[in-house]
Design a protein around this ligand. Structure first.
Ligand code: FES
Length: 252
């Protein structure tokens, strides 16, 4: 099993340009970061990276034997993250190596996953306990940052848009004054737009825009006077796949 270790968050993030992404567990959205590994990207032509997320957002992972099935934007299969000891986590692909079925949830009593199709069994780290699966599940290194209470999953082949606007659609830096946030954004084509406001801890607090809009520049003026002081994230998503996030601060 991959040996886990505690790392310095500052060291881990040094020199990296992050992309904000959203993951889903059981239908609930979770805010995370992808830290691109630029060397990997140069070698493979794909953005490889580390997905980092606060454990505060995973009730199931607060305890040993907790396990979640994580859907990460930019990855075409889900990842099962399991807390196997106080400071030790595993992360494996849900794709069974026999014929590609999605394995079942972690069975705490038996400490294993089982594939519903032909009965293969796997340990939390993906190793085969019983065939017909011919090899272990794909697994990902996991690092636990105890100081920040975060887990970092290193996932080859993950991709995410960086935190910057593309040439057509964009989300501009957000101006805040007099209890209002001015959110300016552009659309490359007509699309359904959803603007959401999140705390940096990953709690969604507002959905100020949710409607079809024309191509071109738009401005949403959002009343934020009722929000407690602190840092927030504004996220735009469009039906044609554009997504971007900008941070803003509410001061009292
Ligand atoms: S696909 Fe999983 S055991 Fe056959």
């Amino acid at each position: 099993m991959e040996q886990q270790k505690t790392i310095s968050r500052r060291t881990f993030l040094a020199g990296a340009a992050a992309a904000t992404v959203f993951a889903t567990v059981g239908g609930k959205e979770i805010l995370g970061k992808i830290i691109p590994k630029l060397n990997s990207a140069a070698a493979t032509g794909r953005l490889a990276g580390t997905f980092s997320v606060s454990l505060d957002q995973f009730a199931a992972l607060q305890q040993v034997d907790g396990s979640v099935r994580l859907s990460i934007a930019g990855l075409n299969h889900k990842v099962l993250v399991t807390r196997v000891a106080e400071t030790e986590f595993t992360a494996v692909s849900e794709v069974c190596t026999h014929s590609g079925c999605a394995i079942g949830n972690y069975e705490v009593a038996n400490k294993r996953f089982q594939c519903p199709c032909h009965g293969s069994r796997f340990a939390a780290d993906g190793s085969v306990l019983r065939g017909p699966a011919p090899r272990a599940l794909d697994s990902y290194p996991v690092e636990f940052d105890s100081a920040a209470n975060m887990v970092h999953l290193e996932i080859a082949g993950i991709s995410a848009a960086p935190d910057q606007p593309d040439a057509a659609a964009y989300l501009a830096p957000i101006a805040v004054s007099n209890g209002m946030a001015n959110v300016r954004y552009g659309l490359a084509a007509p699309a359904r737009v959803t603007l959401t406001i999140w705390t940096v801890a990953g709690e969604q607090v507002m959905i100020p825009v949710e409607q079809a809009q024309e191509a071109g520049e738009h401005t949403a003026v959002i009343a934020i006077g009722q929000l407690p002081a602190g840092q927030y994230l504004c996220r735009i998503q469009t039906s044609d796949g554009f997504s971007a996030t900008e941070k803003f601060v509410v001061v009292r």
